[in-house]
Write a protein that binds this ligand. Structure first.
Ligand SMILES: Nc1ncnc2c1ncn2[C@@H]1O[C@H](COP(=O)(O)OP(=O)(O)OP(=O)(O)O)[C@@H](O)[C@H]1O
Length: 584
């Protein structure tokens, strides 16, 4: 409940609209309640004495009041929709902003599917419940109280029927509400599951097709789908019994009022008009109880949704700027120093990097070589602070990266990740992400260096070709080259290429590396690779094995000093290369 109230704190700015809506609902209720009173007058003063004129006159008045009620109801609906949609928009925007500032720690903690469900389904849940809460709660309260007073005024004698009818209806509801609420909460979790299956299916469609897993996935979806359907059916089965029971309860109450009323009229305790009005008041009172019940069914769902949203909103962000950050020295060179760096992923048992110490000087190309899973990507992800070191220090130009604002740090780094990420938009826009103020000439220049220009020109609209979601209309190597162009255009004084040349063929890679020479001149370059050929010419190669450095030096030095390096070389280079290197 606390979390729902926290979200409702966002309603402050809509207070005026809420007050307006509640007032309009009051008008609507007043209009509705006026109708039985007029009806009572029509019966007593029109129908019984046979005064047709009076019936017409009051009938028209009834129509007018009913019209006012409808207008008030439409206006109230309009205002509450405005409030609830506004609240939804505000929550979504806060959610998005917060998630945007998440570091990879928080993304790993939640996962994409649930973040998507929370920002869509859960927010909608809050929106709907807010609208219902304002409309139904005020309606039920106003109607309940006013109708009770009016019913009592109409006939204190008949009020006794309500002493039995209200607790009976309330009891029926209480008995049914608990299981229904539990089922609705379950439905929310099951929808989460469906979303996860659907998402994985869409993302992994190629693998699913290639491995003939379509049937398996269909079954997986059917199970998730069936779970939700069954739970819905169970919930609706209960509701299907509840609703007729309530109707029976209400009809019995009407019969009781008529029976008791008839006796009362005989005895002179009440009159026909009052009895007719009383029946309508009684129905309104009982309907208010039903409205309140619907709210009670909805509320736990809204609370659950709000807990899921607030959990994200209140997740502290691991990687933050210091309150009093330092700045880099004026003369920025781009030297990188790893000093006894160790790193452990949260929830992992063992560190994936241990005691990493090496330096990359400005103007140097440092290759990071190692087998799959040896920690190469993890190591370079520490440079732009995608993660923070667990122990030790990572210095850039002598300043610990944790001490400087993240923006200042990242502005200096051209980072090309291992897996190319392409956004929906044109080719040009995708490259421009690296440098928002880049001119078209700069973009073409960067694409030329990344060996992307030729294929981009062949696209239907060249640089203005729209790339579809996830870059599905491009090949893996093409996406990679756009991603490389994006890094190149940034021209930071530090370049980090995380195994991003592996999707290119040897010839293209060689051309790219030759073209890169001028761009990276004077900068510090960290080049992650699995292929020896990619790092052989580096000024320094750091060999990683199971998260530890097992060799540092040039290609020649490592051939003599590092057994692991030699093994990698022998496993990768052709006989021809080995002969040329004097190794065979
Ligand atoms: N988010 C994560 N949470 C927990 N463990 C992780 C995470 N990412 C990577 N790891 C683990 O860290 C280790 C090193 O992974 P990393 O991606 O750095 O290796 P790599 O050398 O770049 O491998 P590859 O050459 O295959 O890309 C692996 O054992 C991996 O299972």
């Amino acid at each position: 409940m606390q979390s729902l109230l926290k979200l409702y704190a966002n309603l402050k700015k809509y207070l005026f609209l809420i007050v307006g809506a509640v007032f309009l609902i009051y008008l609507q209720v007043r209009a509705n309640l006026e109708l039985p009173t007029i009806m009572s007058k029509i019966v007593n003063n029109g129908i019984l004495p046979g005064d047709i004129n009076y019936i017409w006159q009051q009938g028209m008045f009834m129509l007018f009041i009913a019209g006012l009620g409808i207008l008030a109801s439409i206006a109230a609906n309009f205002l509450t929709s405005h409030v609830s949609m506004g609240l939804g928009r505000d929550i979504r925007s806060k959610f998005f902003k917060h998630v945007e500032s998440f570091s990879l720690y928080e993304f790993n903690k939640f996962g994409a599917s649930t973040l998507l469900t929370r920002t869509s389904n859960d927010v909608v849940q809050i929106q709907q419940s807010t609208q219902m809460l304002i409309m139904m709660l005020s309606n039920a309260i106003f109607t309940g109280i006013d109708a009770l007073i009016l019913a009592y005024n109409a006939s204190p004698y008949l009020t006794r029927v309500l002493y039995v009818a209200i607790p009976t209806v309330a009891l029926i509801i209480v008995l049914f509400i608990n299981p229904v609420t539990k089922l609705f909460l379950l439905i929310q979790k099951e929808i989460d599951k469906i979303n996860r299956v659907v998402r994985e299916n869409i993302m992994g469609v190629r693998v699913i097709r290639a491995f003939n897993k379509t049937e398996y996935e269909k079954k997986r979806f059917d199970v998730a789908n069936l779970d939700v359907t069954n739970t819905y059916i169970r919930a609706n089965r209960i509701m299907a019994v509840l609703m007729p029971l309530l109707m029976i309860g209400m009809n019995l109450a009407t019969v009781a009022i008529i029976w008791y009323g008839a006796k009362g009229i005989d005895l002179g305790n009440t009159n026909l008009g009052s009895m007719v009005a009383f029946i309508q008041y009684a129905m309104m009172i009982l309907m208010s109880i039903v409205f309140l019940t619907i709210l009670f069914v909805m509320l736990p769902r809204a609370v659950a949704a709000s807990e899921r949203i607030v959990e994200v909103l209140e997740t502290p962000i691991e990687i933050k700027d210091r309150e009093k950050p330092k700045t880099f020295p004026d003369e920025k060179k781009g030297s990188i120093q790893f000093i006894n760096v160790s790193f452990k992923y949260p929830n992992a048992e063992e560190p994936v990097l241990r005691d990493i110490t090496f330096e990359a000087k400005p103007g140097e190309v440092v290759g990071i070589l190692g087998t799959t899973g040896s920690g190469k990507s993890t190591l370079v992800s520490l440079i732009p602070r995608l993660y923070d070191v667990t122990s030790g220090q990572l210095l850039i130009d002598g300043v610990d990266v944790r001490e400087v604002p993240q923006e200042e740090l990242r502005r200096r780094i051209s980072y090309v990740p291992q897996r190319a990420v392409i956004f929906t938009g044109t080719v040009k826009e995708n490259i421009r992400i690296g440098k928002p103020d880049a001119t078209d000439e700069e973009i073409i220049e960067a694409a030329k260096i990344a060996q992307a220009h030729a294929f981009i020109e062949r696209l239907q609209q060249g640089y203005d070709t729209i790339i579809s979601e996830g870059g599905t209309n491009l090949s893996g190597g093409q996406k990679q080259r756009i991603s490389i162009a994006r890094g190149i255009i940034r021209k930071g004084d530090i370049f980090v290429f995380d195994d991003c040349f592996s999707a290119l063929d040897f010839k293209t890679e060689a051309k790219l590396r030759a073209a890169l020479k001028d761009v990276i001149k004077g900068s510090t370059v960290i080049l992650v690779a699995q292929r020896v050929a990619s790092v052989m010419s580096a000024d320094k190669i750091v060999v990683l094995d199971e998260g530890r450095i097992v060799g540092i030096g040039t290609h020649k030095e490592l051939l003599n000093s590092s057994e692991v390096y030699r093994e990698i070389v022998f496993s990768q280079l052709s006989q021809e290369d080995l002969v040329r290197e004097g190794l065979a």
